[in-house]
Design a protein around this ligand. Structure first.
Ligand code: ADQ
Length: 422
């Protein structure tokens, strides 16, 4: 592998304004990048870890929709060092900018942040999405960008043809030069080498700064607001656009059993739920443990998980959760400070932070969002019709209990409950 140090001056804009409607109700009170993932992360932690691990550490998150939970997470988890002022992760709200109080789209959000580009004078600007679960060494994309003398490079990977109309679809020459870019086409073009798949944009771009600045002024003049719909297709005629093949990206420390080029767009509840299966098991498709490419998250200072008994199989536990005796947990993710009381049975569940599962409750294929109390003896996931009267039940049969009200008095008989509110 090549030398990872990068002589370029790169700043990153992470597009964290997405509403993530299809993730409702998990995105009802927070933007999609703030949605919890796995036993201790938020979705945004994956792109931020990739940037920091790649040595790109001047990072602006452009937020918009319901950003408060994300802002709190960034404030607490993503403080790099006051001694290194050029290394930061910070949030840019739309209010700071030109003209409108809202970003009208992804390219408009960067247009309104042009002042930050002027301030830093980078030679490359990385514009990355915040919505995906993956590991990526972005330096390898930078090397490709420079070797091809590209003006713009789009990270890309093959996706099944039946899913391709949810993505920007790219057609390239043999060396990766982009011939055509169509945002979410109704009839996506298959790859010449594989008719069952199409070559999709990951929503991660590198721009030479002057090309980006000129393109953003032009888009603004034309009333265009989006990278995928407007800026990228327009640039093909006049600029060198390349697609970087993500399947060539090499991550140190990946285990032989992991899926090479793991990348998931957790855009729906069912996709989100399925991606959680990928982090479980003896040989997970995506192993959270990789000291050579860590995924960073909050600096929570509470104690470790406490397992008092029970029959536990293939499950992950966040800090300070308490699992009482005579419980049964199979294929579960239990996040920080959750409490599972005696006799409760959980199968294929995601139990988020500060949730209490009452005695003898039985939950199967359920996501319980933060700050909920599931009362004793309640059953969820066994009667679709009854569940659907109270909660969202997805096509895939996942029951989702939306975020509850923060209640610091909701402690169990032993005093456990939401405490170290992060
Ligand atoms: N107004 C705004 N301000 C700040 N951030 C905003 C924003 N609107 C959206 N975002 C964020 O920008 C990123 C892109 O979201 P979009 O909804 O614009 O596109 P989508 O994800 O559907 O497609 C995109 O990503 C897929 C890959 O998932 C590509 O295939 C496709 O070409 C590309 O357009 C997400 O991280 C989102 O959170």
């Amino acid at each position: 592998m090549k030398d990872r140090r990068n002589p370029d001056k790169i700043i990153a804009f992470v597009m964290a304004g997405g509403e993530g409607k299809r993730l409702n109700p998990l995105s009802a009170d927070r933007c999609k990048p703030a949605v919890p993932f796995g036993a201790r992360y938020r979705i945004v932690d994956f792109v931020l870890s990739n940037l920091i691990n790649s040595g790109i550490s001047s990072v602006y998150l452009l937020v918009q929709y319901k950003a408060q939970e994300l802002i709190e997470h960034i404030r607490k988890a993503w403080v790099i060092s006051p001694l290194l002022p050029s290394q930061f992760v910070t949030v840019v709200p739309p209010e700071m900018h030109k003209e409108t109080l809202q970003f009208k789209g992804t390219s408009d959000a960067v247009y309104q942040s042009l002042r930050l580009i002027e301030l830093h004078q980078p030679n490359i600007v990385a514009v990355f999405g915040a919505d995906h679960i993956y590991r990526m060494d972005i330096n390898q994309m930078v090397w490709f960008h420079k070797e091809q003398r590209a003006d713009v490079t789009i990270a890309a990977l093959p996706v099944p043809l039946e899913q391709a109309s949810s993505f920007g679809i790219i057609d390239t020459e043999a060396d990766g030069k982009v011939r055509e870019f169509q945002e979410k086409p109704q009839s996506p073009k298959p790859m010449p080498t594989d008719p069952s798949r199409a070559y999709a944009s990951m929503g991660n771009y590198l721009f030479n700064t002057e090309v980006l600045v000129e393109a953003l002024y032009e888009a603004h003049r034309l009333g265009e607001t989006d990278f995928g719909n407007h800026v990228l297709p327009r640039l093909i005629a006049s600029r060198r656009l390349y697609a970087y093949d993500f399947s060539n990206n090499e991550i140190p420390g990946i285990k032989p059993y992991e899926e090479v080029g793991y990348w998931r767009d957790v855009g729906t509840i069912d996709a989100y739920f399925d991606a959680h299966k990928d982090v479980l098991g003896e040989n997970p498709r995506f192993d959270a443990f990789n000291p050579q490419w860590p995924i960073y998250s909050s600096n929570y200072q509470g104690p470790v998980a406490k397992i008092l008994g029970g029959e536990i199989e293939n499950s992950l536990f966040g800090a300070a959760c308490v699992i009482h005796k005579n419980t049964r947990l199979h294929n579960c993710i239990v996040r920080r400070e959750a409490v599972v009381e005696e006799g409760a049975e959980l199968e294929d569940c995601i139990i988020m932070d500060y949730v209490r599962i009452g005695r003898n409750a039985r939950l199967r294929r359920v996501i319980v969002d933060r700050h909920n109390v599931i009362e004793a003896n309640v059953q969820l996931g066994y009667d679709r019709v009854a569940d659907a009267q109270k909660y969202i039940v997805t096509d895939g049969g996942i029951v989702v209990v939306p975020m509850g009200k923060i209640n610091f008095f909701a402690r169990d008989s032993r005093g456990h409950g939401p405490g170290y509110a992060e």
